[in-house]
Design a protein around this ligand. Structure first.
Ligand SMILES: Cc1ncc(COP(=O)(O)O)c(C=O)c1O
Length: 471
């Protein structure tokens, strides 16, 4: 009997110890790192320094008009190295608190900082920490020429299915160092090899300038830039020539949805779809072209990550594009792929609602404000974009283009860029897009500070127009 009691006590002690250990473990579990749907049951060890450093730099206040980066400029004061604030345009001082009133509104570039506040708001879910040994080799899983993360590819397919902006089923995906690399990879893949006559690369006006610049710069023997697509519409020799039409839809600079102008047995089209997201346009149907280019730059705003992808129907085109990327850069940096994966995971959260609501609301409000201001003017007009039903947002939505395509209406106003420059507004001349110089592109995707300054200078220009009339 005494032996049984002893035995019972021993079992009880073991049981209590086991429960206590489990409880300790559970308490550690409670001290979790949240992230998306996952919970990690580990206490931090080697990541502590990196995490602390990241949070330290992120906490540096730049007065809401700049930000400090871990690899940013360093101020060396009394032997202390400190990251400094990099200020938005028109702001200065060590903490970016000083507004520079006579500053010009720079609406030239396409840096998509309009999404920066979203990522600051979603800092916890979007950050990635790269281990010192993260994917050090040239390929994934030691498989030669495997340069793409399968996980990222499947998330991209999931994303297109969610947004409904592209058909990816039964199609191939190629990653590139931005869609910039893929644009040329696609031109190369569609050009005839060893032919005496190069493929003619065309685009309808106004077109995204890189198409022309890249094609001319690479000066390849198998393709050549030939200008306006519409000029080839009724040419009799067009039927026998290899033509590659670059179609940017929605278009940069004017935000219009475009379709290929040319048809025929030797005509191929490359669709640049980098702006086909709810931030910029209504999603009316999934795009289903043979070659479609997308980019993280315009989806999440991370142009610096240099990550884009092509959705390709034809296997031989896919293989030629993949070889191009392989020979050119050995694929895309694995750090970029890791970051793109995390960003896309955040985009997918709550069915994409948070980021696309934010993107659309921001862009449409900028468009409305600029449109309203310019509607008071007789000298300047903007492109017309109608309201449309969006299958993703489930509503009829107004325009929210990435760029304003401004026209100087007066007969004598042939150099619109110069007119705006004189009014402290820097845009991009129409001729760069193959259009007349009475057009100027104004970027709406930059920081809120950039946009506010643009609106301020445009208002001033319009009110000066009003006073001139009064005189
Ligand atoms: C129409 C178009 N295609 C491609 C790109 C380049 O994108 P990425 O950053 O992916 O190279 C841009 C950038 O502004 C663009 O406007």
């Amino acid at each position: 009997m005494a032996k049984t009691t002893k035995m019972f006590k021993l079992v009880l002690v073991i049981l209590v110890c086991s429960i206590s250990l489990n409880l300790v473990f559970v308490f550690k579990m409670v001290n979790v790192l949240g992230g998306g749907d996952h919970h990690y049951f580990l206490e931090l060890s080697w990541t502590k320094r990196a995490a602390a450093e990241a949070e330290y730099v992120a906490a540096i206040s730049c007065s809401g008009h700049g930000r400090a980066y871990m690899d940013g400029l360093i101020l060396d004061q009394d032997g202390n190295k400190e990251p400094v604030c990099e200020c938005n345009a028109c702001y200065g001082g060590p903490r970016c608190s000083q507004f520079l009133p006579s500053c010009a509104a720079d609406a030239n570039g396409g840096d998509p900082y309009f999404l920066e506040p979203f990522w600051m708001e979603n800092a916890a879910s979007s950050g990635v920490l790269v281990a010192g040994w993260h994917r050090m080799g040239y390929s994934f899983n030691f498989q030669p020429f495997m340069v793409m993360s399968k996980e990222l590819e499947s998330h991209i397919r999931e994303l297109h299915a969610l947004v409904g902006n592209a058909v990816t089923e039964g199609k191939y995906i190629v990653f590139g160092v931005g869609s910039t690399q893929l644009l040329n990879a696609a031109v190369h893949a569609l050009s005839p090899q060893n032919s005496s006559s190069p493929a003619r690369v065309v685009a309808s006006f106004p077109y995204y300038p890189l198409s022309k610049q890249q094609t001319e710069y690479f000066n390849a023997v198998d393709y050549k830039f030939e200008g306006d697509a519409s000029l080839w519409k009724n040419k009799s020799d067009a039927a026998t020539m290899n033509l590659i039409e670059l179609v940017t839809s929605p278009n940069n600079p004017d935000g219009q949805l475009k379709w290929a102008q040319l048809q025929g047995p030797n005509v191929k089209a490359i669709y640049d779809r980098v702006y086909y997201w709810p931030h910029f346009t209504a999603i009316s149907a999934p795009a289903d072209e043979d070659i479609m280019l997308f980019s993280i730059s315009k989806l999440t705003g991370h142009a610096g990550t240099r990550f884009g992808w092509a959705v390709v129907k034809d296997e031989s085109v896919f293989k030629r594009m993949s070889t191009y990327v392989l020979l050119n850069t050995q694929g895309v940096s694995r750090e970029s792929q890791l970051r793109a994966l995390q960003l896309i995971k955040v985009v997918l959260e709550e069915g994409g609602k948070p980021i696309f609501d934010f993107g659309y609301t921001t862009m449409s409000s900028r468009w409305e404000k600029l449109n309203e201001t310019l509607s008071l003017s007789r000298r300047f007009t903007l492109q017309k974009i109608g309201a449309k039903y969006c299958n993703f947002l489930h509503k009829i939505r107004g325009p929210s283009p990435a760029y304003a395509w401004l026209k100087c209406e007066r007969e004598e106003a042939k150099d619109c860029y110069a007119i705006l420059k004189a009014a402290n507004i820097i845009g991009r001349s129409g001729s760069l897009f193959g259009a007349e110089d009475r057009y100027v592109r104004l970027s709406l995707v930059k920081t809120q500070d950039d946009f506010d300054q643009l609106l301020h200078q445009v208002k001033k220009l319009i009110s000066d127009e009003g006073s001139a009339k009064a005189i």
